[in-house]
Design a binder for this molecule. Structure first.
Ligand SMILES: [Zn+2]
Length: 400
């Protein structure tokens, strides 16, 4: 049985420890004596669990071109960000493209045990979303449609039953019925890309919806001051909100307000990485329009620097930003990117915290304050090493 010893600092107690991994599990955690408790140790935390990854490095999951090799390649890249489990996210398209993506992800899981382990579930975002400009976001209008259980069931069959999360808009008349059916099959239903009224949101939650997808994005540019679907979802304690805290999708004040309103119990971080994330700055053709990656990493519609076309920063940036924007402590911010999203999809998972006997899905990382930053709150995240089931799947090579 392989064994690894790590000298690190716990994210939850800030204690310096020697952590031993034996086989797939954490075998021991021992405090280090004070002499070693300098400022140099990397943090250690449960591996990140990202519920929304659309693709990476030039490949979208929602694509007629997706191959089994692409799925495995994206999985490997996620390890560079401390991500040990994630939801490949398949977005609005025609049935054939969706079915191809489902079949391909399922085949990738069947072909490779690592893919099967690290794909927590498939997230189907759309096609049952609002057709209205603003709420629809960048999803293609031609393919937005009302919820259809038969279509969903065929897609889930193609996926080998792996769809664990579906984002839809409850603005359609048959939405509550669809939501109740999905919830009865233990599929998490998340409200997103919606123009729903207060009554429709309440009906969706009564039927079993339990999440809001990237709350505050995929919304109208202007809304009535109240009521509106943002207040409705913020005030609804039965909904956990996923947030994209990349510094671009939500202003810091909004992140802070959402965090305070929902509380740490009801917030999860997602990256919402676009398939173009990870490519160098430049112009790229997509099926809908030309996109551009700017020097600061923002992904925008080409020539329109203000219109975000997707996300390009990994979930660890969200951890650092949540601390800087909302005053979250490291433990709460990391839990929002790891334990909490894992529990949402699987309420009774095996122990995954930093405890003896837990599966060794681990992220080692550093947080830094950028020189431009006036406060001492760290706002830069850097993954150092990632372990999946005790196996080292990423290590940053020191430069210089
Ligand atoms: Zn979206």
């Amino acid at each position: 049985m392989t064994s690894t010893t790590l000298i690190v600092r716990r994210y939850d107690t800030a204690e310096a420890v020697t952590l031993e991994v034996r086989g797939a599990r954490i075998a021991s955690i021992e405090p280090l004596d004070d002499r070693h408790q300098g400022g140099e140790l990397a943090w250690i935390a449960p591996g990140f669990v990202d519920l929304q990854v659309n693709g990476y490095g030039g490949q979208e999951f929602s694509s007629a071109d997706l191959t089994v090799e692409n799925v495995a390649a994206i999985m490997r890249r996620m390890a560079e960000f401390g991500v040990t489990r994630f939801c490949p996210t398949v977005t609005t398209a025609g049935f054939d493209v969706l079915a191809h993506a489902m079949k391909t992800i399922a085949a990738a899981c069947d072909a490779d045990g690592q893919v099967a382990r690290r794909v927590l579930a498939i997230h189907l975002e759309g096609p049952f979303i609002s057709p209205i400009d603003g709420p629809r976001g960048a999803h293609p209008l031609a393919h937005c449609r009302p919820p259809d259980w038969d279509e969903f069931a065929r897609l889930n069959d193609a996926a080998g039953g792996r769809i664990g999360l579906v984002t839809l808009s409850p603005e359609y008349e048959n939405a509550p019925k669809f939501i109740a059916r999905a919830a009865s099959e233990k599929i998490v239903v998340s409200i997103g890309h919606t123009a729903a009224t207060s009554d429709q949101i309440r009906a969706a939650v009564d039927a079993g919806a339990s999440m809001s997808t990237h709350l505050g994005n995929g919304a109208h540019r202007e809304l009535p001051r109240h009521p509106n679907y943002l207040w409705d979802q913020l005030a609804e304690d039965r909904l956990t909100a996923s947030l994209i805290v990349d510094g671009h999708h939500l202003p810091a004040e909004v992140v802070k307000t959402f965090w305070r309103a929902k509380t740490a119990e009801r917030v999860v971080l997602v990256s919402d990485l676009s398939g173009l994330a990870g490519l160098p700055p430049g112009r790229y053709a997509s099926e809908l329009c030309d996109l551009e990656i700017l020097d600061d990493g923002r992904l925008v519609i080409a020539g329109q620097r203000q219109l975000l076309a997707g996300a390009s920063r990994p979930i660890g940036d969200g951890v650092a930003n949540l601390m800087a924007f909302a005053g979250a402590d490291l433990r709460a911010a990391v839990d929002a990117a790891s334990i909490r999203p894992a529990r949402l999809l699987d309420p009774t998972p095996a122990p995954m915290g930093l405890e003896v006997g837990a599966i060794a899905d681990l992220a080692c990382f550093r947080l830094r304050s950028s020189p431009a930053q006036k406060t001492h709150v760290p706002n830069t995240f850097e993954a150092q090493a990632t372990y999946c089931g005790g196996e080292k799947v990423f290590e940053r090579i020191a430069v210089g």
